[in-house]
Design a protein around this ligand. Sequence first.
Ligand SMILES: Nc1ncnc2c1ncn2[C@@H]1O[C@H](COP(=O)(O)OP(=O)(O)O)[C@@H](O)[C@H]1O
Ligand SMILES: [Mg+2]
Length: 513
Amino acid sequence: MAGVLGARDQAERDRLFELSLDMLCVAGFDGYFKQVNPAWSRTLGWSEAELLAFSWKDLVHPDDRRASREAGKALFAGMPSVCFENRHRCKDGSYRWLSWNAYPVVADQTIFAVVRDITAQKLTEQHRIELETRLRESQRLEALGTLAGGIAHDFNNILATVLGNTTLAMEGIAPDHPAMERLRHINKAGLRAGDLVRQILAFSKNFSPELSRHSLKRIVESAVSAMRPDLPAGIALELLLCEEHVHVMADPQHLHQVVVNLCSNAVQSMQGLPGKVEVGVERLDIDAAAERPAGLPAGEYARVWVADSGCGMDESLLGRIFEPFFTTRAVGQGVGLGLSAVHGVVSSHGGAVSADSTPGLGSTFHVYLPLADSMPHAEQAPHASDAARSEVQHVLYVDDDETVMILMDALLKRAGYRVTCHSDPHAAVSAVRREPQSFDLIITDFNMPALTGLGLAADVARIRADLPVVIHSGHISDSVRTEAARLGVRGVVNKGGSFDELGAVVQRILASQ
Ligand SMILES: Nc1ncnc2c1ncn2[C@@H]1O[C@H](COP(=O)(O)OP(=O)(O)O)[C@@H](O)[C@H]1O
Ligand SMILES: [Mg+2]
C-alpha cells in the first residue's frame, strides 16, 4: 500500500490489511489482482500466489461475468464508487457470493475494493423465496384438490345411483334380453368412472390414510416387480436399494401406487425408444443449516428416487405437472391424475415430492418421507380411527360385487356413517383382526365364493363376539335365517329392498349398543 505514508503508518495500514475479516484487494484494469489480504485465502481456499495468477474471468461464475464486466467498465470510466455482487469459484469447486464495494484510481489503472462474503445471506434469501413459492404452489394444489374432491364426492353419489339402478335392472331381466349387453356396458363405464373418482379423492384435501410402520425398501421392491411384466422391450429397469433399514410410517398400498405412477411416467417418457429407468431408496439426513430439499424441516428422511433417460421437461412444464388433470398425453393415454395422486399421498405421509429435469436428457423425481425411527412416539400416537370413532360410527361393508359395494358405500356415507368396504371377505376379517375395536358394525353379503356371510360372521365372532353383524343378501332361505340366529347374527336384510330398510336395522342395532 504505497503512497506518502511514513513507515509507521504504512506498517499500521498493513496490519489492518492483514487483520480485516472482509476481503480487501488492489487490482489492475487488466483484470489481475495486485494485492489480496489473507481473508481472500480464508474465504476461497486459494493461496495468495494462486489468486495473483488468476485473471478475474478464471474465478467469476460464468453467469455473473456480464454484470461484473459492466461494473468494471463503470470503474474504468472513473465512476467514484461501484457496488456489485458476483460468485467466485473456490478451490474446492464450490462458489461463494461476494459483495463488492470498489473504487478506481484511473491515473494508476488500479481498483481498490472491499469485498464481503454474503453466501449465507444469499442462501437464506433463496430458501425464503423457495419456501414462499412452495407455499403458493401447495395452496394452489390444495384449492384444486378441494374443488376436485368436492366434485368427486357428489359424483360418487350420482355414480351410485347409476350403478345401483343398472344392477337392479340387470337382475330384473332375463340374461338373453337384448338390453343386457348395453346394461353391462353402462356398468363397466360406471366402474371405470368409480376408479377415476377414487384417484381424485386420493389427492383431495380430506384424504388421511391410516399409517403404520413399514419397510420402504420392501414397498418399492414390490412396486418395481409389479412394473416389470408390462415393461416395453428396450427399457431397463434398475433397482438400487441402500444397505440400511429404511422404515417409514406408511399406507403401503398408497405408497405402492406412488412408485407405480412415477415408474409409468418414466417409461412413457421414453416415447417408444430404448432407455433406462432407475429406482432407488436411501436414507438422508436433512441438516437445518444446509440446503433443505423441497423446503422440508430438518430431520432424518428416506428418499425414493425415480430417474429416467426420457424426453425430459422444460421449466414451464415442470411448474404444472402436479396439477390435477394436467397432461400432455394424447386422449386416452393419460388423464393427468398420476402426479396429483403422488403429491396427495406423499403430503399425507408428512413428506414432499420434487422433480428436476433436463429437456432431451431425462427427469428425476424425488420422494422424501420422514423415517419412522426419527418419530419415536409415532406408534404410540392415538390412531386416526380412535379420533374418528368418537364422532361417527364405523361400518364395515363386505360384498364381492363391486357395484353393490360402491352403491352401499355411498348410501351409508350419506346416512352419516364412516364406511370401510371390502370386496374380499378374508381381507375384511383381517381388517377386523388388526383393529377389532375400530368397527361398530359389519354388514356382509351372504353369497360370496371365498367365504359366505355366515362364515365371516363366525370368524368375526371368534375375534370380537360383541361386534354386531348384519347379513345383506339377495336370497334369504330359512336355513340361512336359522344358521344366522345360531351364530348370533343381529339382522338379516333383503338386498332387493330399499336402502331405508337396511338403514333402519343398522340404526336400531347401533342405538342399542
Ligand atoms: N418422467 C417424466 N418425464 C417427462 N414428463 C413427465 C414425466 N412425468 C410426468 N411428466 C409430465 O407430466 C404430465 C402429468 O403426469 P401425470 O400426472 O402422471 O399424468 P398423465 O401421466 O396421465 O399425463 C405428463 O403428461 C407429462 O407431460
Ligand atoms: Mg402418469
